[in-house]
Each structure stands twice: as structure tokens, then as C-alpha cells.
Design a protein around this ligand. Sequence first.
Ligand code: ASP
Ligand code: MG
Length: 481
Amino acid sequence: MKQSRPEVFKFGGVAVGNAEAIRIALAHVRRAAPNVAVVVSAMNGITDLLLDAGQAALRRDRGRCEDAAVELEARHMLLVAELIASKHRAEEITGVILDSVREMRSMMESIAVLEELTPRAQDVLVARGERAVARIFTAAAQEVGIDAIYVDAIDIIRTERRLGTLWPNLAKCERAAKKHVLPLLAEGKVVVIPGYIASGPDGSLVTLGRGGSDFSAAIVARSVGARALTLYKEVDGLMTADPKSVPAARVIADLHYREAAELAYYGAKVLHPRTMIPLVDRRIPLYVRNSFHGTSAGTRIAGDVKPGAYPVKALTAIHRQALVSIEGKGMIGVPGVAGRAFTALSQAGHSVSMISQASSESSICFVVPEGEADHAVAALEQAFDSERKLHLIDRIDAEKRVALIAVVGLGMRGTSGIAARTFSAIAAAGVNIVAIAQGSSELNITVAVAESDATRALLALHAEYQLHKIRPLADTTGREA
Ligand code: ASP
Ligand code: MG
């Protein structure tokens, strides 16, 4: 018999953050089982705690190291106490936790003695957050009669180095899942996998970057040929805007993969920006749902979503940015200024989130995080030292307290006048636009405004595009048939 396509669930840090949250998570799993694979994050706060412990060890702050070890042990042992009643399981899992804490202590001691914290040591240190939760989740599932089994991510998520960053080798991941996951699912087991961690090119343990367990879950979903991936979080889905700034913000019922990627890239923190990548060509739909609101349908993200009635679907804001500009009449017609500026900034370690150039070519501006602005200006001053001496470039400076607002929607492509509507809505709210850029994807328009104007601009745009009228998904199961 052909195996039917499994489902993949991922539970975020808050959704596994205490015993009650894990009970709720287990209820979601039980409803869907069998044929479910589960990816879990570390408990909320634990990754930060472990990263901080590494730094404390490096500073030889032994008091802080010890506090971290004690807290790691306490939070996990509390889960064991509350979720695992049977003696043999509790003993086994307690042993796992205590080993992990013991290893953490000796790692911190070596870091302190060697006065060195390598990326590899840091990865091994933080990996225990996800591993501990996955172990406890597995045992707690067994405790309530779910036939669960732990499979380590190092055996299934295989990465390679591409252009200096780690990237999953999706073909290898798929082969690994065929070997290590699909047979277990076929036996009716629920497979539980720690998120965030993977194996590196040489087989050693690596991590996928902060918030990376969404990405882990997407890689697993692709690798097992899932019929859907659901990310269970503590929010109802992706929203038309941040409700803290825009009280009328609504959950967006459906988004195209590209819209979701754009939103994630432009600062909507709900989703790791890489999550969509493994799913797109397999057309695996992605749901973002609130683990704690069993009836909320959440957001469905897929490839079959049509532009529909809302050319603009969402707004995001990136705060605390600075606009770095290079100005000078002498730049007109001088080739390569933008390219050199870019190179200088990237060599100085800055990643630029937006560029725009005046059509007169007499100024170019870049947006960088506010905290990097002075350093970025210094790097540019150095790179253009001779032009400055020759007065080809008059000014390099940074305007701080800037926010970037991105207006995102697939329908913008076919709809004329979105840029004009965006600018006039902002102007009508009395907000001055300091710079504009349109992504080449035509899926977004980004404007830079003064930080103090950001909320007013967001409110005006939300009203202009009638985003308070976006309706939730009709069904409440959020599942593919
Ligand atoms: N625990 C990791 C972090 O906090 C990964 C994740 O939660 O997605 O970044
Ligand atoms: Mg997290």
C-alpha cells in the first residue's frame, strides 16, 4: 500500500514553554496522529540563556554560568515532574536532562579555561535546548498513549557550505528522511525532531540561525513529502500589520509564498524568512496557527493564492534604522559610485536593507540599522576619501531615527497606481517621506519615514487599503484534505 502523505507540525518556544503548553501541543498531535512528524523549538528564553551562558563563560563569570545551569535544569525538570508520571520514563528522561546539564557545566568550564568560544562549541552548547524539549515531548507523548519516537535532527538535516553560509542539501535531507523518518511513520509512530540543529558538511553539529526551527520544519516537511506543514505559535497567524501600532489589524487568511517571504524579510517576526524555500516547488501548504486557540484557522500560505480583492495585503515596519546618504554634484555621471559604496559597506560588515538614488544621480542613500550608522559613515568616508578631497562628493552623513515601512501584496503587480495611492495616503496623514524604493519583485514598495511618524503612516495605509476588512479563513480545521 502506498504510504499517504504525512503532516508535519512545528511547535515554537512558547508553544512548548511550560507543561500546560505541551499538553495542548500533544492534543493537536493526538488529533492528527498517526502519520505526523513533529519539530520542536527550545522552550522560550532557553536559547538566549544558553548563548548568554557561553558569553559568561568566556568572561569567566562563573556565577552567571552556574545560574544558567541551575535554571536550565529547573525549567526542564519541572516539565518532567508535571508531564511524566511513570517511574521508568521519568528516571530515563531525568538522566538525559542531568547529563545535558553536566555537559553544559563542563563546556562552560573549558570555555573559561581556554578563553575561547568557537562557533562549534557555541552550537553544541545551544543545541541542548531543542534536544531536551524533543526528548521530554517524546516521553510526554508516550505517557498519554501516543506512540512517539525521538529522531535527532543531525541524522536528517544535512547541510553544506554555500557562499560562506550553511545551506541544507535538500536531496541529502530527502534521502535521510526516507531512511530515518518515513519507515517509522509507516509503522504508525509519531516522530519527534529537535528544530534549529543540523549536521554540517563534516558531520558535526551546526545550527540554522536564530528562529531557525521554522526552517527545520520546512526542510522536514519537504523531505517526508508532507501534505501540509503547520507552525503552531502563540499568535493567530500573519497579520495585516503589527496590532501594537494598528489596533484594527487582522489575521490574513491566505498569502502567497512570495508575499509571506517578503513580509518575513521585511521584519514580520512571526516567520523565519527562509521557511518558504523548501516548500515552494513541492507546493506544500504552510499554516501558521495559534496553538492556544484551537478554533482559529490561522494563515494559509501556498502557491495557489490569487491576488484577489486586496492588491496590498500587509504592512510591516522596521524600526530604528538610519538613512546614510552620499551627496555631491561631482557624482553625476561618475560610474560605479553606488557599486563602490555597496562594496565598502559590505566589507565593513553592514547589510543594507534599502537603496535609492535620486534621478539626478547627485545623491545615493542606503538604509542600515541605526546602531551601525556611524560606522557605516566612517567606512564610506574612507572609501571615498579622494573624491571628498576633490569635492566630487560633498557630504556623507546619516539621518537617524528612521523607520522603513513596507507595503506588501501580490496584486500590486497588476494594479496600477499603488505607488501613487501609497504616497498620497502617507502625505494626507501629514507624514513626510524621506526615501522610496520599490523591490524589483514588484511585490513591495518601501518608504522611509521619521520614526516618530511611523505609526501615523501605518494607520493611514491600513485604512487606505481597507485591511481591516480582510476576512479570516472560513474553515476552522486549517487542514488539507
Ligand atoms: N531556539 C532557537 C531560537 O530561539 C530556534 C527557534 O526557536 O526557532 O532562535
Ligand atoms: Mg523560537
